[in-house]
Design a protein around this ligand. Structure first.
Ligand SMILES: *Cc1c(COP(=O)(O)O)cnc(C)c1O
Length: 222
């Protein structure tokens, strides 16, 4: 099955999940996560009309996206992976949305780069809803205060929250937690749900779902 066909299937599933949740499909953004896939594998999805993509590494994205964006200028790029402070300049230059704000040093570096006035990506705070030691993100207990600090101390506009639930966990509980934290923090976007669980995320209010393998195929075998 082609990536364009799989994209249509995912769009149909997304629309069905929105209907089931009594939500308007226009309130849900499908981000096609193209990490590890090269330009020739991404182009069919662009040709099919999709324009919203996500990557998890700045360096990898820098290697393939500038050429693709030149060919499809209305492309919107999301960074969904961790961001190091020393990569902030490149990230702000390339990405329209950054989902992984999770510490003061990074927030400060983003504020400094954005204040240069060239570009202003939309920002989400990543929450480590499972409090996993190896995973990026602020702990749920810190999330609301961190959003407030981003706004008040660093002067950043924060649009939403993002999470990646633990692999073996019941994702629904993590999505519900993120939605509750978003309400408390006064943010509107919820970036949650991947290939295996985006319908559950939509039932819990996801505004942005990040779908990779269900569109591009398995990353292990390509
Ligand atoms: C890889 C990745 C995804 C997509 O995962 P799939 O299971 O392939 O849909 C979503 N979000 C993040 C942060 C990722 O790194």
């Amino acid at each position: 099955m082609s990536a364009a066909t799989r994209l249509r299937e995912v769009q149909d599933r997304l629309a069905a999940a929105a209907r089931k949740a009594g939500r308007d499909v226009s309130g849900i953004t499908l981000i096609a996560i193209s990490k590890t896939f090269a330009a020739p594998e991404i182009e069919p999805v662009l040709r099919a009309g999709h324009r919203i993509f996500g990557e998890n590494r700045v360096q990898e994205a820098k290697g393939k996206w500038p050429t693709l964006v030149a060919a499809y200028p209305d492309t919107q790029l999301h960074l969904v992976g961790p961001l190091q402070s020393n990569k902030v300049k490149e990230a702000v230059a390339l990405f329209d949305v950054i989902h992984s704000v999770d510490r003061d040093r990074l927030a400060g570096a983003l504020a400094a780069e954005i204040s240069r006035g060239q570009r202003k990506p939309r920002l989400l705070v990543q929450v480590n809803t499972g409090d996993e030691p190896q995973k990026a993100g602020v702990s749920p207990a810190e999330a609301v205060a961190f959003v407030a600090r981003c706004r008040e101390v660093h002067g950043l506009a924060i649009d939403g929250l993002m999470c990646i639930p633990p692999v073996e966990a019941d994702a629904a509980a993590h999505f519900a937690l993120l939605a509750r934290l978003g309400k408390e923090a006064g943010t509107t976007w919820l970036s949650m749900g991947m290939s295996g669980d985006f319908e559950t995320a939509i039932a819990h209010g996801a505004t942005h779902v990040r779908v990779g393998s269900a569109i591009f195929g398995s990353r292990d075998t390509h």
